[in-house]
Design a protein around this ligand. Sequence first.
Ligand SMILES: Nc1nc2c(ncn2[C@@H]2O[C@H](COP(=O)(O)OP(=O)(O)OP(=O)(O)O)[C@@H](O)[C@H]2O)c(=O)[nH]1
Ligand SMILES: [Mg+2]
Length: 369
Amino acid sequence: MAINCGIVGLPNVGKSTIFQALTSAPAEAANYPFCTIEPNVGIVNVQDTRLYKITEFIKPQKIIPTVVEFVDIAGLVKGASKGEGLGNQFLGHIRQVNATIHVVRCFDDSDIIHVNGKIDPMDDIGTINIELALADLEVVLKKLENIPKQIKSNNKEISSKAKILLPILEKLVVKLEEGVPARLVDLTDEDREDVSELNLITMKPSLYLCNVDEDCLSEENEYVKTVKEYASKDGSQVLSICGKLESEIAGLDSVEEKAEFLEAAGIENSGLDTLTHVAYQMLGLKTFFTAGEKEVRAWTFKAGSKAPQAAGVIHTDFERGFIKAEVYACTDLFEFGSEAQIKEKGKFRVEGKEYIVKDGDVMHFRFNV
Ligand SMILES: Nc1nc2c(ncn2[C@@H]2O[C@H](COP(=O)(O)OP(=O)(O)OP(=O)(O)O)[C@@H](O)[C@H]2O)c(=O)[nH]1
Ligand SMILES: [Mg+2]
C-alpha cells in the first residue's frame, strides 16, 4: 500500500520547490506563475529511526523503508474551473491520492511574484478551496444527471443504489456550491462510503503547509497565525516549512552535512521529515516491520487493522491464507537484544486472526494457500 499525497496551491507559492526538496526528484521551480505544467511524481522514503535500529540487532542484506508518493501539479487560480490560468484539468492527476497538501505562501519577498499582487493567505486559501469545491461539484452534478434514469431501472441493485445516492449527492451539491469542502458536509460514515467512488478531492484529509521565511520557523508570523485560526475551524492541520531552506538541505550530500546545517539553522528536524510523519498521522497510518537476514523492512498499515489485513499489505496471498502471526515489539528487541532473548523473557507471541496490529510490531506471518 503506497500512500500518496497531492500538492495543491496558487501558482508560484513554492509547491515545486517543496516537492523537489521532499523527493530529490527534479522538478522545475522558477519565479514565474504556471512554471509546472505536467505533473511531477516522486517517491519519498519515510524516515523511521526504528527501522535502522532493528538492523543493529538483525543484520540484513537489504534495508527497505516504507514510502510515500507525492504528486506536484500546476497551480490553480480564481476561475480555474472556468478555464482561467491553466484550468483545473490537472486536478484529475490527484483524484486518486489519499490526502492533499495545500501550500500557502506565508513569506514576504518582493522579488517573488504573487499572482494577486499581495500576500494574503486567507484570500489564497479561499480561492483554492472554492476551486477545489467547484471541481468536485462538476463530478457530483455529472453523477446526479444519471440518477433519475437509474432509479427507474429494472435492475433492482442499480435502482436501490441510486435511491441511496440521491439525497447524499443533493446535500453535497448545496454545500460545494457554497465552497464548503465535502469533508465538512454533515454525512454519516456510510454516506461517505457510498460516494467514495467519486474520489472527491475535498473529501480527502488536507493539511495546510505554510511556506515561511527562514526566521519564521522558530517564531510564528502573522500569516501563519491566521492560517491556524482558520484551520482550527475546518479541522485541518497546519505545518510551517521554509521551502528555500529545505531545498538547500536537500542539496547537501551526506547525513552529517545535513545535521550540521540543521544545527546551524537552529532547527531540530527537517520540515520534510515532520511533514511525512504528520501525513501518516492524518491518514491514521502506522508501521510494522518484518525482519530477517534477507531484509529488514517497514510496512504501512491502517490503524486498527487486524493481523490478516496487515499481512495483506505484503501480499494478498498472506491475507487469504493467513494462519497466524509471530509478533514482538521492536522495543523488546532493543531491550533484550535478540529474538532468542525475547522468547526467553516470554515476550514473543503467537497471534491469530483477531489480533489488532500495533505500531512498531515486528511480525512474521504463517500462511497457507
Ligand atoms: N523567498 C522565498 N522564495 C521561495 C520559497 N519557496 C519558493 N520560493 C521561490 O518561489 C518561486 C516559485 O517557486 P515554485 O516552487 O516554482 O512555485 P510553484 O508553486 O511550484 O509554482 P507553479 O508551478 O507555477 O504553480 C521560485 O523562484 C522559488 O525559488 C521560500 O520559502 N522563500
Ligand atoms: Mg510548480
